[in-house]
Design a protein around this ligand. Structure first.
Ligand SMILES: [Zn+2]
Length: 272
């Protein structure tokens, strides 16, 4: 599943191809992804000029003066820029033809993605986005915030970090990696986090995400970045997916446990 770094990489990757380009044609090949697609989707988009490409949580927002196109990649969605010689591929469900003669294609084998047109900004008008927590790379996500929000919570710190109403875009991979870097075990009860824990954790989360963005996102599962190249952050994982392999610090085996039905990886020796 694409996580925040992948989504940021894709948004950054498609942006230069879309800015100041007009949408001249759209093809929609399915009725439904995660939800039913809007009937007037392509009609609404034709003639629109793209002025901005941004990201909120794991949503990519392509917008202009009178429109917002919100895209979520779901489990297996990808976006790529193609030219007219590139043939449509299996699972290409949506195409935007641009005035530059290039095409933006949305491919999604498992169809859990989302494409949504609106005239108002989804950040304020769509409940899926308006009720989201803070962005982890913004200043609002800091030691003070994490400390105060964790006081009343009896849940594992990993579950807290993966709660999008608190902080967005920290999925299973980056929660596991940031906790390892912080030397905090994933099952530690949130309200027992000290101020120092929160400080270290916030710094680690930002560090792990920034590093992944810099490297072009990870290539776990079906994710391919905008150029069709695989990202390569996965080779740097310290704990994620490394069950029974030696910890890079102490050589003890990395353990795998379930927290909130999600596989969690940690070193019993290094993380307390
Ligand atoms: Zn260790």
């Amino acid at each position: 599943m694409p996580e925040l770094p992948e989504v940021q990489t894709i948004a950054d990757g498609i942006e230069p191809y879309l800015l100041n380009k007009k949408i001249i044609k759209c093809n929609v090949y399915v009725d439904k992804l995660r939800w039913q697609l809007q009937k007037n989707l392509s009609k609404n988009l034709i003639g629109c000029k793209v002025l901005n490409v941004s990201r909120r949580a794991k949503y990519i927002i392509i917008s202009g003066s009178e429109f917002y196109l919100t895209i979520h990649l779901g489990m297996t969605g990808t976006l790529r820029i193609a030219n007219k010689k590139d043939l449509k591929q299996k699972h290409d469900h949506f195409e935007i033809y641009l005035s530059s003669n290039l095409i933006l294609r949305f491919n999604d084998p498992r169809k859990f993605g989302m494409i949504f047109f609106s005239k108002e900004s989804p950040i304020t008008s769509n409940r899926l986005l308006s009720e989201l927590g803070v962005e982890p790379l913004e200043k609002k996500f800091n030691e003070k915030y994490l400390y105060s929000i964790s006081r009343s919570r009896n849940i594992a710190v990993k579950s807290l970090l993966m709660n999008a109403k608190i902080v967005v875009g920290i999925g299973n991979i980056y929660a596991s990696e940031a906790l390892f870097l912080s030397k905090i075990k994933p099952q530690k009860v949130s309200k027992k986090l000290t101020k120092e824990d929160c400080k270290v954790l916030v710094t680690s989360i930002k560090k792990v995400l920034k590093k992944a963005i810099k490297k072009g996102g990870s290539s776990i599962n079906d994710y391919i970045n905008v150029d069709g190249k695989k990202g390569y952050f996965q080779y740097d994982f310290k704990v994620y997916g490394r069950t029974n392999m030696p910890c890079h610090i102490c050589q003890n085996d990395i353990l795998q446990i379930k927290i909130n039905q999600r596989s969690s990886f940690y070193c019993k020796n290094c993380q307390k």
